[in-house]
Design a protein around this ligand. Structure first.
Ligand code: PEP
Length: 251
């Protein structure tokens, strides 16, 4: 059975105090139980990782939202995968559409980041997804194919098995527009088939593919009910512990 995952991407929100309070609220809410086989991960800003690590039980995963392409050196303002791992975090989001768009991160850089994460024992949560124009032109599968092929270029099967994929149509992120369950399943199925071609059917069958884009308690169940949707990467709704955990309980 594939791992079901609900990961909260807090983006650039919360002060340290607010972040610690949110992490405590997530912990307390999660104590009242989660469906079998569902894992919860939180991805606060870098500045909060160490403090939040001390608050969270080991059953809740901790993720960074980005990492540098290099391990150390003269890269002012960057944070390396090695540094992230040293906080006790186990995951890192790579290739979020906001990084691709606002920070001009290229497929080549993202591929380096995936390698950096893996070599520092962090699980990459690798994001892909088309924008509105690409969806309307009907080229969304090609766009996602290229992102995945280039982002995971050179990653062997053993390392691939450690990766989590997040399909996030850019037109659905923070817009309140969610992909329909059919649109989500179409893309998740497409991605799994692509991964089967790149690796093999067994490896593709085991990888968790999360959906992201305006997922909330009211729509999570119908999206998660799809065969190839293994959970969600949640932005806005992850800033409220009750909503976030309600999403995790939507399986
Ligand atoms: C995200 O940014 O990963 C995301 C899915 O955001 P939202 O849930 O707010 O659309």
């Amino acid at each position: 059975m594939r791992r079901k995952i609900v990961a909260g991407n807090w983006k650039m929100n919360t002060t340290l105090k607010e972040g610690l309070e949110l992490a405590k609220a997530v912990k307390e809410n999660a104590e009242s139980g989660l469906p079998d086989g569902v894992s919860v991960i939180v991805a606060p800003p870098f500045t909060h990782l160490t403090g939040i690590k001390d608050v969270l039980p080991s059953s809740i995963g901790l993720s960074a939202q980005n990492c540098a392409t290099d391990e150390s050196g003269a890269f002012t303002g960057e944070v390396s995968a090695k540094m992230i791992a040293s906080t006790g975090a186990q995951y890192v989001i790579i290739g979020h559409s906001e990084r691709r768009l606002y920070f001009r991160e290229t497929d080549d850089e993202l591929n380096k980041k995936v390698n950096m994460a893996l070599s520092n024992n962090l699980t990459p949560i690798f994001c892909c997804g088309e924008n509105l124009e690409e969806r309307e032109k009907g080229i969304y599968t090609e766009v996602v194919k290229k992102q995945i092929e280039l982002g995971l270029s050179g990653i062997d099967k053993d390392d691939f098995k450690k990766i989590i994929i997040a399909y996030e149509p850019v037109w659905a992120i923070g817009t309140g527009k969610t992909a329909s369950p059919e649109q989500a399943q179409e893309m998740h199925g497409y991605i799994r088939n692509l991964l089967a071609e790149m690796y093999d059917a067994e490896a593709a069958d085991k990888v968790s593919i999360l959906y992201g884009g305006s997922c909330k308690p009211s729509n999570a169940a119908e999206i998660f009910a799809n065969e190839d949707v293994d959970g969600g990467l949640i932005g806005g709704a992850s800033l409220n512990a009750a909503d976030f955990l309600a999403i995790a309980r939507s399986f």
